[in-house]
Ligand binder design. Structure first.
Ligand code: FUB
Ligand code: ZN
Length: 638
């Protein structure tokens, strides 16, 4: 199926409307100011000289590109002259920074004109190109203006003349994937077959032997590699180049890279019909979701090179779970959902959206998490580590030295509508729930719901003439019991791949009512996840809950919950932007009997305590402090 055309979807109310509105009215301008103040925008003006402040970084272009893309999606539904003028002014500078032969990279232009294309493993030229291509396509589709699109086609033509399997070209591929999926977008926008072929080349060349990265190091000894002291490079699995994707058994390496890559692989598979590539995507998705993903949908468990490490290694306090990686998972899963029609991809997408992504941005839209741990002891975090990557942060930051996440979340939030629905001819699939309207071939679907807080979703069907089509509704994997009625009566749905499919002649005013039973569920991790053994996490629907110091005091690890205990679900429109929190009881290990000792003979004694759990995505929006997702379970073995 095809993703919904963004111009045909409006997010009309509820949770997502609040978040998307703040993104449009606050985040976009906040990020513009950061891009300006940190020198990112000015780098394209090529005025920077050695010794000046704001020394350019080799992937700054991507931050600017993602912001342009975010503005473009926003302009689709909310035309705004001022935003367009700001973007056009940036495009003026980008245009001036393009070389005669089409090459375009502000870092190499101002830092070293002689070194381009010499260090693909590290230097991100193809990654930045990919982001600029995505921005160009989005801006063209939003405004009809093709200047950036033409700039990027010239650049793509240049790249196509430099890379490829043909004699005389470099047989290289990027050290950070992204261009694969971007070239497919450029192909879709322009119809130029060579962009699709180049993408397929990048996808299938990766990981072949002899390694291009070895050859590049031999050709230019001394180029920057991560492990410079030893003169060696990172293992190529870091960049998914240890084997061709079709031979990879597990999802490896840097998590954002891996998931951007798989998004591109899925795109190429979908268009070319290559089953080997699709099977690789399915296999690596299975490994990720069954063995390497946090309950929040976050991925990339290890701060050291921001990577997937090994099966069942999911530490909570040191979780990296970069916001960008959860976003990349949405990119990948939405593609797989459209290609295969399997609702499990929708489940993973929804999980990441409601948890590991939205934790990445403050409720007021001005501050961001880069990494998203599942447990925090605020005192253990050194202030100085907060300044840059803040991989153990407990306070969101206004910006980062490495600022990939803020504009990434902005572009996702301003394009959210396109993930809600998919189409195939007259058939429509509802992938995500949230108040919204979707126009398609003379049909209008209007969703009204307070999901994820409320269990009911109503979908009103409007059309001028009765219309036969299939409406498919995703029945989330977390949902054990649901009901569907049409106009208040029984509904004959067929179930397939996680969707309830209703095929009939629809009349104006027909209304589907979905009721998803949403009890509070105590989740348990696979016993091999040593970090979570003996613990439970609270979930309700797609929302993961956590405890915060603000509500529950310090030393959250001393709390135990009885799995059989019930929790009250309390919806509070004033609390944390309006959400449902959970209220119940726990048992706190008593501190008595220790006197002045750190240790004493074992005798677990507890004191009952009331606790309040809030949606994980909303933590650290009040007084930042300790936080915990996996809570001790008070069980007695049978
Ligand atoms: O390297 C470019 C981006 O910066 C990556 O995708 C993020 O993980 C961050 O390292
Ligand atoms: Zn990021």
């Amino acid at each position: 199926m095809k993703p919904a055309d963004l111009s045909k979807v409006a997010i009309t109310d509820g949770y997502w409307k609040k978040r998307a509105d703040i993104n449009r009215t606050v985040t976009l301008i906040t990020e513009y100011n950061q891009l300006k103040d940190t020198g990112r925008l000015d780098t394209f003006k090529q005025l920077w000289k050695e010794g000046m402040p704001n020394e350019p970084h080799f992937f700054w272009d991507s931050d600017v590109a993602k912001w342009i893309e975010a503005c473009a999606y926003s302009l689709v539904s909310f035309p705004d002259k001022k935003t367009e003028e700001m973007v056009d002014a940036v495009i003026d500078d980008i245009e001036r920074a393009q070389w005669e032969d089409g090459y375009l990279n502000s870092y190499y232009t101002v830092k070293d004109k002689t070194a381009r294309w010499t260090n693909l493993l590290i230097m991100h030229e193809l990654y930045c190109a990919g982001h600029l291509m995505e921005a160009a396509v989005a801006y063209f589709q939003a405004t009809g203006k093709d200047r950036l699109l033409n700039i990027m086609c010239r650049y793509a033509d240049h790249i196509n003349s430099v890379f490829g399997p043909e004699k005389g070209k470099l047989r290289g591929y990027p050290g950070h994937e992204e261009i694969e999926l971007a070239l497919v977008k450029l192909y879709n926008a322009t119809g130029k077959e060579e962009y699709l072929r180049l993408s397929e080349y990048f996808v299938t060349e990766r990981g072949r032997q002899p390694s291009y990265f070895d050859a590049e190091l031999e050709r230019t000894p001394g180029i920057k590699r991560y492990n410079r002291d030893k003169g060696t490079t990172m293992p190529y699995a870091y960049v998914q180049a240890h084997a061709p994707v079709t031979d990879q058994e597990t999802i490896e390496g840097h998590s954002v890279r891996a998931l951007y890559f798989l998004s591109g692989v899925a795109d190429v598979a979908a268009i070319t019909g290559r089953n080997d590539l699709l099977e690789a995507c399915e296999k690596l998705y299975a490994n990720m979701t069954q063995k390497r993903m946090y309950i929040t949908g976050g991925v990339g468990d290890t701060p050291d090179i921001e990577r997937f490490s090994y099966d069942y290694n999911l530490p909570n306090e040191t979780a990296y779970a970069e916001t960008c990686a959860a976003i990349a998972s949405v990119f990948f899963c939405s593609r797989m959902l459209n290609i295969t029609g399997n609702g499990k991809y929708g489940d993973t997408m929804e999980l990441a959206l409601h948890n590991g992504i939205m934790s990445g941005i403050s409720l007021d839209g001005t501050e961001f998490f880069y990494s998203n741990p599942l447990a925090v002891e605020a005192k253990a975090v050194l202030e100085e580590t907060l300044e840059f990557h803040s991989h153990m942060g407990y306070k969101r930051r206004k910006w980062f030295g490495c600022a990939c996440c803020p504009p990434n979340i902005a572009r996702l939030l301003s394009s959210l509508g396109s993930y809600f629905y998919s189409t195939d001819g007259r058939d429509i699939r509802v992938n995500l729930y949230g108040s919204s309207e979707f126009l398609h071939e003379g049909i209008k679907l209007s969703q009204t719901t307070d999901y994820p807080w409320d269990e009911t979703v109503k979908i009103l069907f409007s059309c001028e003439t009765p219309s036969e089509s299939m409406i498919s509704l995703r029945i989330p994997g977390w949902c054990e019991k649901h009901e569907i009625t049409i106009n208040g009566g029984a509904c004959a749905a067929e179930y397939s791949n996680g969707f309830a499919q209703i095929k009939r002649i629809w009349h104006d005013g027909d209304e589907i009512t979905l009721f998803f039973h949403m009890p509070v569920v105590k989740m348990q991790a696979h016993p091999n996840v040593r970090h979570d053994t003996g613990k439970l996490a609270l979930m309700r629907g797609p929302v993961v809950y956590c405890l915060e110091e603000e509500d529950n005091g310090k030393h959250l690890a001393a709390l135990f919950i009885q799995p059989a205990d019930n929790f009250d679900v309390v919806y509070d429109n004033e609390f944390l932007g309006g959400c449902a929190y959970l209220s119940g009881r726990a048992f706190r290990l008593s501190e008595s009997g220790y006197e002045e000792r750190l240790y004493k003979p074992f005798s677990a004694e507890y004191e009952e305590a009331g606790i309040k759990a809030i949606p994980y995505a909303m933590w650290s929006n009040r007084n930042p402090g300790d936080m915990l997702v996996w809570i001790n379970a008070m069980t007695t073995p049978e």
